[in-house]
Design a protein around this ligand. Structure first.
Ligand code: NAP
Ligand code: SF4
Length: 679
């Protein structure tokens, strides 16, 4: 008996069977673009197939050069390239998995000067103005999709996924917002739909019946002047007739200003819409977006909302997700917390995608943790992200580990992060580490401040004692209205109605959200806040693409977010998440002031001077704040280091204890894992 009978049940597609309902959705790993990376790419997919994934989908491969996402991006247009991909497909088949190649034409999202799209309309997220594909070129592009699919078949792929969502070329051809054509490919909804339908028809003709053709359909465009729900369903019917085997779902164009996958989007928020599509078609339908645990995936399938579940980031985080669920070890799964820090933020910066919580993702052949040949007794001091990762990975290699933590619980800075509304997922990381400390037999000393004398008997010591808030030198800093972020989030000290938050890094933004919003937001409240409406309830062609008007609750208090730099606030936040944080605070009326000097704090509040390059003269401002919260960075806690080094015990300093500037969990966990691989 399994807890996940639906998730683990096979799916018969007629000519072939998927061994369970888990699809690894496409994510651009950056390993698909260069021939030299093929062995790494193969190892990456092999690890997921070994972990039980039924069907993996590659990152987008262009059918021709015009469709490149980036210059010299992965292209499938020759038998030579197809034969190179055999290394990848063989590696997956060795573990009884299946793999489909995603065919993606970027259209106007291409990041190169010779982009072509449905029309000459430039995308708001790209610097390049596209040229419009000619009538003949559109026709040729549809054929190129089919030819790329045929080559994928030669390469040993079990199928292809035609990328028809997220705002890429197919979406651009489907939406009146981008398709202003008057030829055979535009002008009416029916003509706009011809492009994807021709692609699928021509693909099916070339690949025959015994090949999986998935189509990733945009269920909700979340941009103006996009497809209506009626058109979406009509397209689904046409695609079925044209020969798709499976319809996958995508939510939101990349240029949409509604978040669709970040951690603050409630889990499975879009599954009900997938259910409506499923009710309208007879081919299997895939649910995606913010599905990150076997429980949620099972529930969606058990409720009949979808036939398959697509997870991309959750399988980056844990390639053994399926095996662990099947073996009753779901509590050992590294749950993706939808932070995007090492996956999509990397992809969009043209770096290799990995995972903050699993730095081996994408580095399977480079970051290898083999069983140790010489078992040592190693002490790890500090149970924040760095110390936890070090303890768990070192124990996994067979070392005898003791972990010392002065707080009564493990978690460090993650204990604070999980209190932030929209970051509740961080609880899962603490759950994972807590369980793995047990599974790997780490001896944990909580509420114990380790002294040098406690540690000198170990063979090696890892110092991961973390950070403490930086207290800046400002006249009046000892005023009773001043508190640190740790006191506000961790100790829940009372906070007044008008608050000045000093420092607008990740923590300043987090504290502002903590002061303004409630945790565990419902799907309905989230939809209202972002103006997401049910497109299937459109009346008389009303709101299209699921985009309506935001309904914003009055803010709980007045927050001023301040920084000394003159750059816009939040510039340093994540590439794919920063805009969400900025918009959220803007919608809550937060006043963001840059270019300030903190003059003094007294009973009146915070006195500051603003020097903004937009204004000629400095302006003196009094923020009549009841509470002033310091989010002004951190200092390393390293009191043990000198003593340990003097004692001669080999000592390694990692995480915030090593470098507090630019501290982040991604670096801390990677550093800990790399150290664990070496010791
Ligand atoms: P941070 O990014 O270094 O921000 C601290 C801010 O405080 C600086 O931007 C700086 O801005 C200001 N500051 C520094 N020294 C100061 C001083 N002596 N007096 C007054 N202001 C001072 O650090 P953080 O916000 O503490 O976050 C720590 C790390 O956690 C981040 O690097 C990030 O990686 C991670 N994190 C990320 C997120 C996220 O992405 N959502 C959330 C939480 C934490 P000015 O000098 O311009 O005022
Ligand atoms: Fe998930 Fe964050 Fe890892 Fe990306 S980096 S896979 S979002 S946990």
């Amino acid at each position: 008996m399994t807890e996940y009978p639906h998730l683990l049940s096979p799916l018969d597609l007629g000519h072939t069977t998927l061994r369970n309902r888990v699809i690894m959705g496409s994510i651009h790993s950056k390993l698909e673009d260069r021939a030299k990376d093929v062995p790494k790419w193969a190892a990456y997919f092999a690890e997921r197939a070994k972990g039980g994934v039924a069907l993996s989908i590659t990152g987008g491969i262009s059918p021709n050069r015009t469709g490149w996402l980036l210059p010299f991006g992965g292209t499938m247009n020759s038998t030579r390239i197809a034969d190179r991909h055999k290394v990848v497909t063989d590696a997956v088949h060795e573990h009884d998995g299946k793999i489909a190649m995603q065919v993606l034409h970027a259209g106007r999202y291409g990041y190169h000067p010779f982009v072509k799209g449905a029309s000459t309309r430039k995308s708001p997220i790209s610097p390049f103005k596209p040229r419009a594909l000619s009538t003949k070129e559109v026709d040729q592009t549809a054929t190129d999709f089919a030819k790329a699919s045929k080559l994928a078949q030669r390469a040993g792929y079990d199928g292809v996924e035609i990328m028809g969502s997220e705002g890429y070329l197919i979406n651009q051809m489907l939406a009146a917002r981008t398709n202003t054509r008057t030829d055979a490919w535009g002008g009416t909804a029916a003509k706009r739909m011809r492009f994807p339908v021709e692609i699928v028809k021509r693909t099916r003709e070339l690949v025959g019946d015994d090949f999986i053709v998935l189509y990733r359909m945009s269920l909700l465009d979340l941009v103006d002047n996009a497809q209506s729900w009626e058109e979406t369903i009509e397209l689904a019917h046409l695609l079925e007739e044209a020969g798709v085997s499976i319809i996958n779902t995508g939510i939101g164009w990349h240029e949409a200003r509604v978040p669709t996958i970040v951690t603050s989007v409630p889990r499975a928020a879009f599954a009900p819409l997938t259910a409506r599509l499923k009710a309208a078609v007879s081919v299997p339908v895939v649910a995606s977006n913010r599905i990150n645990t076997p429980e949620i995936a099972e529930q969606i399938l058990a409720d009949g909302q979808a036939d398959l579940i697509s997870m991309a980031r959750p399988l980056l985080a844990d390639p053994d997700f399926v095996t662990k669920a099947a073996e009753g070890r779901a509590d050992e799964i590294i749950t993706c917390i939808a932070c995007n820090q090492a996956c999509l933020d990397h992809t969009f910066k043209n770096q290799r995608a990995s995972c903050m919580l699993n730095p081996r993702a994408g580095f399977e052949t480079e970051l290898v943790l083999l069983p140790t040949r010489k078992v040592e007794r190693i002490a790890v001091v500090g149970a924040g992200p760095a110390g936890l990762a070090a303890a768990v990975e070192l124990a996994g290699r067979g070392h005898e580990i003791e972990l010392f933590e002065q707080a009564p619980e493990i978690g460090g800075q993650f204990k604070l992060a999980m209190e932030i509304p929209g970051k509740e997922e961080f609880k899962e990381t603490i759950r994972y580490y807590r369980r793995m400390l047990e599974v790997r037999g780490v001896k944990v000393h909580l509420g114990t401040r380790a002294l040098v004398s406690d540690l000198t008997g170990f063979d090696q010591v890892v110092v991961a004692s973390g950070v403490e808030p930086r207290i800046p030198t400002i006249p009046g800093i000892d005023h009773p209205s001043v508190v640190t972020y740790q006191q506000v989030i961790g100790d829940r000290v009372p906070v007044g109605q008008t608050v000045a938050v000093l420092g607008a890094g990740g923590i300043g933004f987090d504290v502002s959200e903590f002061l303004l919003h409630e945790p565990d937001e419902s799907v309905e409240d989230w939809q209202e806040r972002w103006g997401v409406v049910d497109p299937s309830l459109e009346v008389d062609g009303g709101e299209r693409g699921g985009l309506g008007t935001k309904v914003l609750a009055p803010p709980r208090r007045k927050v001023y977010l301040l920084q000394r730099k003159t750059s816009d606030l939040g510039k340093g936040l994540g590439k794919t998440t920063g805009w969400v944080h900025r918009q959220t605070l803007k919608d809550s009326g937060v006043e963001m002031i840059k270019g300030v000097t903190y003059d003094r704090i007294d009973d009146e509040g915070l006195h500051l001077t603003q020097r903004d390059h937009d204004k000629a003269e400095p302006v003196e401002i009094l923020v009549k704040a009841d509470t002033i919260v310091l989010c002004t960075g951190q200092e390393s806690v390293r009191d043990l280091v000198d003593g340990l080094e003097a004692s001669g015990v080999p000592t390694h300093v990692i995480g915030g204890a090593d470098v507090a500037a630019e501290l982040d969990a991604k670096r801390a966990i990677k550093q800990a894992t790399e150290l664990a691989a070496r010791l």
